[in-house]
Design a protein around this ligand. Sequence first.
Ligand code: VGL
Ligand code: ZN
Length: 199
Amino acid sequence: MTHALIVIDVQNDFCPRGALAVSGGADIVAGINTRMADADAVILTQDWHPAGHSSFASSHPGKAAMEMTEMPYGPQVLWPDHCIQGSAGAAFHDALNTDRADMIIRKGFNPAIDSYSAFFENDHTTPTGLHGYLQTRGIDTLTMVGLATDFCVAYSAEDAARLGYSVTVETPLCRGIDLDGSMAAARARMQTAGVRLRD
Ligand code: VGL
Ligand code: ZN
């Protein structure tokens, strides 16, 4: 068993005062740093959008943030502008121990497709490359923590379980957005996919 800790999107824009602040987002950072000690590998993900990204409400005239739209790949929540490449909001939280990371994987850089999951873009087809990286390192067991529980953490965990990894989400080291029941729905989907939720 070779075990990786996958730290999802612990970035300023998902923390208090950020553009898409997740309630309590900064409270998990110290615990995540501690959790790094017993992992064989630590991987960080970084939401990394070009300006004018298609997931931004500002790119859809007449639409407001948190409304839905239809994309060629299915329904999509429209977000406030966030995690713009190179911006302070896209940087990791200052207190996150980024030195411990073996790899940082960026996602959401394709202007036309959002990417919640660390494994596939939201078309569920375009790979990010993380699966290949984990396979070539012989990593088979994943612990996931970070932001947001009901979007990027959940999508990553579901994809990982479907790809055959043994996956645990440590919910005390995650925080969620909870938009229209998205937290309960995400928890149910993760469990159906075979993800272990450690509450
Ligand atoms: C996320 C919404 C948009 C996340 C990223 O990290 O959960 N949510 N982009
Ligand atoms: Zn995003």
